[in-house]
Design a protein around this ligand. Structure first.
Ligand code: FE2
Ligand code: FE2
Length: 167
């Protein structure tokens, strides 16, 4: 990101990044990284794609993108992984509303970002944008995590093979 865009991005989201509760996402595992990192990446790319297509509501969209997964695992305790896929958007919205005023567009972005998992169809093009960016970013993060994991396992295996003749 250019310096100017970084400044604009930070201006939109700094208060969220400074929020103590939001910073707890730094301790939550998500796609092999933290939920904080994942949310920040989704917000940055939503911001950049929004700019690229000269979409309106950049500030609202960027803020909602950052808040789209604002939940802690303990909020969904007892639920299966499949159930969590459906319920976490509502939880993220509930948590977000404790700290921020969100308009209808922002609420829709958060609620519908897991479409088609939770069958809440995005009503706005900004919601489609964040939902799509979330999926692309999620796939990239999962792939990177799995690639790193498999590479690690492979290296341990090779290392053991190399070591074996000496033992
Ligand atoms: Fe999510
Ligand atoms: Fe997400």
């Amino acid at each position: 990101m250019t310096k100017k865009k970084t400044e604009e991005f930070n201006l939109y989201v700094q208060d969220i990044l400074d929020n103590k509760e939001f910073n707890k996402l730094n301790k939550e595992l998500h796609h092999g990284i933290t939920r904080y990192e994942h949310s920040l990446r989704v917000a940055k790319y939503s911001f950049l794609v929004g700019k690229l297509f000269r979409m309106k509501h950049t500030e609202e969209t960027t803020r909602a993108a950052l808040l789209h997964d604002f939940y802690l695992d303990k909020n969904l305790e007892g639920q299966s992984s499949a159930k969590r896929l459906q319920t976490h958007p509502e939880m993220a919205l509930e948590n977000s509303l404790k700290y921020y005023e969100l308009n209808e567009l922002q609420q829709d972005i958060i609620k519908s970002h897991m479409f088609p998992c939770n069958m809440i169809i995005p009503k706005h093009k900004e919601s489609w944008l964040v939902s799509t960016v979330d999926k692309v970013v999620g796939a990239y993060e999962m792939l990177r995590y799995k690639t790193a994991l498999y590479a690690g396992i492979y290296l341990i295996f090779i290392f053991q093979l190399i070591k074996l003749p000496n033992n």
